[in-house]
Design a protein around this ligand. Structure first.
Ligand code: ATP
Length: 141
């Protein structure tokens, strides 16, 4: 299996789960957050960590963002930071950016500013669960 390089921005519950799982699966993962305690929490569970403000395009360029296969913008509550980070990542040359949206309006904005894929974890998981529950034999085990 080829090792892929991932940059995960924002280490809340979602970003932490994405970063640590990719690392456990054998990939290179750089995880960044603007708060030191979040960076320290995942330090031993990813390849590298960095503490920086991800809305800063120059900081993302200095990190070599264009070399990552996928950049995941896992900032939820702070919609402005999420949008600005997505724009900065694309402007700095990121090849493929996945952004997390908290609602449908944010999803539309993120698509407009250049996100290659937008996910809505709570919404998407709700849809998956509903489909799983009505699949035949759902309650058999
Ligand atoms: P969860 O993933 O836990 O559901 P969430 O999606 O609401 O939470 P937030 O708490 O909004 O996530 O943010 C996720 C992380 O992103 C936080 O740890 C926060 O410190 C980090 N973060 C927010 N803005 C920036 C930024 N400009 N640069 C770097 N990290 C940031």
């Amino acid at each position: 299996m080829r090792k892929h390089q991932f940059l995960v921005i924002g280490l809340g519950r979602f970003g932490t789960a994405v970063a640590t799982t990719l690392y456990q699966l054998g990939h290179e993962v750089v995880a960044i957050d603007e708060h030191e305690e979040n960076v320290q929490r995942v330090m031993n569970h990813v390849t590298h960590v960095a503490m920086l403000d991800a809305t800063d395009e120059r900081a993302l360029s200095a990190l070599g963002i264009q070399d990552f296969d996928v950049v995941i913008v896992a900032i939820g509550a702070d919609v402005k930071a999420n949008i600005l980070t997505t724009v900065a990542a694309k402007s700095a040359g990121a090849k493929y950016v996945v952004s997390k949206a908290v609602d449908d309006m944010t999803r539309r904005v993120l698509e407009k500013v250049g996100a290659d894929l937008v996910v809505r974890p709570e919404h998407d998981m709700g849809v998956r669960l509903a489909r799983k529950l009505v699949r035949p034999h759902s309650f058999d085990d």
